[in-house]
Design a protein around this ligand. Sequence first.
Ligand code: ZN
Length: 384
Amino acid sequence: MQDTQKIAILKKLITFASVNDNEAAVAAYIKSLFAGLPHVTCETVAYAPRRDNLVITIGNTGPLLGFSGHMDVVAPGKESDWSTPPFQPVIKTGRLYGRGAADMKSGLAALVVALLELAEDSTQLNGRIRLLATVGEETGEYGAAQLTAAGYADHLAGLLIAEPTDNMQEIVYTARGVIDYRVTSNGKAAHSARPEDGVNAIDNLLTFYRLAKQKLAAFDQTDPILGKNTHSITKITGGEQVNSVPSYAELMGNIRTIPQYPNQVFFAALEQIVAALNQQPGYDLTLSYSFPEEAIPGDPHSNLVQLAQQVYQKHWDHPAKVAGELGANDGAEFLQARGDFDSIVIGPGANVSHQSNEYVVLETYLKACAFYKDFATTFFSTQQ
Ligand SMILES: [Zn+2]
């Protein structure tokens, strides 16, 4: 495939404003690129109206290698912060700018290019490759959860995710998990001149706040790559007016976990605090979670990491940095599938995810296309 065509695919992907929605348009476009190619199966898996996951499998027999990328992007924020409109890709001095240029339509486009080139001659493959293109990664990895529950990631021989890793300079094998939680506090309104007639929902919530900060800080082991767990209270609201005892308050917290602590440890700690407080008069707290993800321990010496490193050095004249990821990714869901396999993350985007004027270096994007293709053929040659 010509470079101009590879770039055209990436530009087209960026034009879809798939901000936590509209992934179906991205999926339909990618699917159209594979029309008429032999030994290709395309399946769309609907998550919600306008929101389709896409699964494309190339080849008929042999070990199954997973390639994955998400089709959603985060909101562009204020358009005035952008030098060019976020959904109209622009090339300037070797960089392509647009929402998703880094995170992660460049990675997704490079996987698609590699797959298209491999599909043109799939008899040479000695295995099968499956593209798992997901919805909603940025808001909870629920597309990946849906594909995993439906069995699409079962018995993979390995998984490569094309999330940005600093211009393809890193091979990421381990990642923090995430727990988003919410605590609501119900009290009883009263005139603030007679607070003893009410129950102050804010006071009660702040008692939880202090205890949670204290208790979670005790889980202080350090992972050599990922560092410590983090715990931030990120949102707090409550009260009705200045002269009333508040009847309601709530907060949200975000915990980033390391492999040394299964998420269950944090669930238990938070639930214990809430249960103990609810024993006390006036307390009425409830705790809920949204889309928690386990940390990915990974192995820096896995066959998959070594293979990626070997292929990497053919395309770059130095080794990649083997690293960890402080955020969570779809891998946390796919690794819950049946079977035992490793995953790595390596992708062309620059370290500008979720920022305005997000970009990818075009040279890195084109090298990523070649790397993914070479990675797949080398992977199957080692599976014989
Ligand atoms: Zn991403």
